[in-house]
Design a protein around this ligand. Structure first.
Ligand code: UD1
Length: 340
């Protein structure tokens, strides 16, 4: 059978590496491209170890149009999944030009070349596009709210780029996946999240505190209008999240899309509070975490979780890993990194 080839931009990163493993398992050829601006080769090596093979690795910057053209000319690429972008919300507020220049230009180049070659494009978007929602859970028809950060804005703008290009150029089909909060690691503990510097996201901060790299977790706010006063999120296991990409790519390549541009929420549909997540982490891993209540963090929304039924119906995908297993995997990954 003719194996289809998927290009994974940012394939050495947290989500890209897990997606590569699932694509490989489903029988796709995968080309990984990364400029290693925000990661090292740990996850790339982990992916090769899990799959028992070396993946083609192209070190390149997607902001370089000639490099993107060369890549597509030298390889027959059936679909591209675009992860190569900056993702730190706070940094994007401090350095908007860095974020807009990188995140928009790289995606424009992918669209340009996809138009020239006729390629399917899967864009990794985020729940951040919903801002503070008017009603919960959010579905794909829920309004996108103005974003409070250039990072969030870049996700909205790239979604619009994709929609407009798909409408104008019939040779491009597009899917945007809106991730809620991806957490956890591969059960092998060979790949996982590798934040640079102080983690901004909750789960890496928890695991680094538990291992002793950080002194104390700050829980940002316990005066929100929720049951225990802490924020509610929809935490989605990274392997579950990786699998939905296989479903989406297959839908594109088999011509099963109902519209040339489609959007799917990727979450569990179950809200969990920060405190619930912390206590579940403690319980399943048999440890006590040093934490304190701190003031609210600027820009945080009180609650957001999704209605994942469209992805379930159309993509035949459902989140299946339990939060307990996910939080065990996050801890195993942190321990492996520490050599414990
Ligand atoms: C953020 C981004 C989202 C991005 C996601 C994954 C926004 C508004 N949010 O989501 O777009 O996709 O990261 O990278 O753009 N918390 C603490 N202490 C900590 C860290 C976090 O209490 O040290 C709390 C936060 O207040 C929040 C929850 O934990 O309620 C989750 O935070 P985080 O993991 O940073 O994700 P989000 O802010 O939801």
């Amino acid at each position: 059978m003719d194996r289809k080839t998927v290009l994974v931009s940012g394939g050495a990163g947290y989500i890209g590496s897990h997606v590569t493993v699932e694509l490989n398992e489903a029988g796709y050829e995968v080309i990984i491209a990364d400029n290693f601006s925000n990661c090292d080769k740990t996850n790339y090596n982990g992916v090769c170890a899990i799959c028992g093979k070396q993946f083609p690795l192209i070190e390149m910057d997607f902001c370089d149009l000639n490099a993107v053209r060369k890549l597509f000319s030298e390889n027959k690429i059936d679909a591209v999944i675009h992860f190569a972008a900056f993702k730190a919300v706070g940094e994007s507020v401090a350095e908007p030009l860095k974020y807009y220049t990188n995140n928009l230009n790289s995606f424009l180049n992918i669209l340009q070349v996809s138009k020239e070659k006729g390629c399917n494009v899967l864009f990794s978007s985020s729940a951040t596009v919903y801002g503070e929602p008017d009603s919960l859970p959010v579905n794909e028809k829920s309004e996108r709210k103005p974003c409070t950060s250039p990072y969030g804005n870049s996700k909205q703008i790239c979604e619009d780029f994709l929609r407009d290009c798909v409408n104008a150029y019939p040779q491009i089909k597009g899917i945007a996946l809106r991730y809620f909060n991806p957490i956890g690691a591969h059960p092998s503990a060979l790949i996982g999240e590798l934040p640079r510097g102080v983690p901004q996201n909750l789960v890496p901060y928890i695991t680094q505190t538990a291992i002793g790299k950080r002194e104390c977790l700050s829980i940002f706010g316990n005066d929100y209008p929720t049951e225990d006063g802490t924020c509610l999120r929809d935490y989605i296991d990274i392997v579950d999240l990786a699998k939905v990409h296989v479903c989406a790519v297959s839908r594109m390549l088999k011509g099963e899309m109902k519209q040339p541009y489609e959007i799917f929420n990727v979450g569990t549909g179950r809200p969990l509070s920060v405190l619930e997540l912390v206590t579940t982490f403690e319980k399943v891993n048999g440890l006590k975490l040093n934490y304190k209540i701190a003031p609210r963090r600027d820009g945080d929304v009180c609650a957001v979780w999704c209605d994942p039924s469209l992805a379930e119906k159309e993509l035949g995908w459902k989140a299946s890993r339990s939060i307990e297993d996910t939080l065990r995997s996050a801890w195993q990954w942190e321990r492996r990194l520490a050599g414990k």
